[in-house]
Design a protein around this ligand. Sequence first.
Ligand code: UT7
Length: 336
Amino acid sequence: MYNSKIIGLGKYLPDNVVTNDDLSKMMDTNDEWITERTGIKERRWVKPGSGDTTATMGVKAAKQAIERAGIDKDDIDFIVFATLSPDMYFPGPGVQVQHALGIKTVGALDVRNQCSGFIYALSVADNFIKTGMYKNILVIGSELHSHGLDKTTRGRGVTVIFGDGAGAAVLTREEDTTKGVLSTHLHSQGEHAEELVLVAPGMGKRWVNDILADKDPNDESYFPHMNGQFVFKNAVVRFSEVIMEGLMQNKLGKEDISMLIPHQANLRIAQFIQKKFALSNDQVYNNIMRYGNTTAASIPIALTEAWEEGKIKEGDNVVLAAFGSGFTWGSAIIKW
Ligand code: UT7
């Protein structure tokens, strides 16, 4: 058995900055409400026609991660792409990355686990490397939410939160099993699937034929729906549980955490977890103020920025944790 370790990180954020004041011109909302409830001041939204898509943003982040890893694209053995906002209903963006990067015909897997998508993708990659099946795996999280949000007052409870962007990591085989990804922990609770959901088009409830037949301008089924308070309450519990699970598995205590990179769902959630684990401001990396919630992209973007800013050093215990639609949640404990 081997371990896997991250040897390259990359990110891509579209240029177009949308502030809370910009949103207040589209819908009945305001900077004070958004800042107080979420911590978000601005987010990036892809300008229609700019050419950025979930796949192309993922490719840009991946190029940077591969370059920083110092490997050749032909050394990549497998691709894992996490997103809830693929360019096409099918196929998923993994194959678009394989083509765009001109990587040989390696496997490309798409992960559909929303805010936990990157942790699930990392876990898959880690386990393929652990067993020796692959040596170098490209893991991407990318989202283009903005084109699919309800930008009227009706959608304000969801729309103000989400942003676009991409992050990527290259994982490689590590022979020293005390280093790299020490463990990953994944969970789900499908009874709450519809508390944070985008229903249509979906075979179970509203497929394309229903939408076309109804031609209902008030149909909200193809906009995301979130029961915010319920999601919030579950998030704080599950974040804490799954971080503890990871620490205990590795016989670590909260005092051993060097850096926590929480999925950027809400600054209030991150602050709650920070307090619960008695961490200082320097031990928790947040960038939701600038990017909003970028779902599967949020952890790899934050991890990349923390690393770029020199906040992660060799030997650090880095903890990643996420919770979101599904519900799904997970954590990863990494010895850097
Ligand atoms: O990443 C996946 C996981 N996601 C999360 O973890 C998100 C968890 N949930 C949250 O972060 C919070 O629930 C939200 C930030 C989404 C909402 O905050 P809240 O304190 O739970 O607000 P609420 O939904 O209970 O709404 C309170 C009020 C309502 O008005 P009334 O009924 O009290 O008159 C809403 O209509 O705020 C209103 N409201 C808004 N007002 C101004 C909802 N959205 C907005 C808005 N601007 N954008």
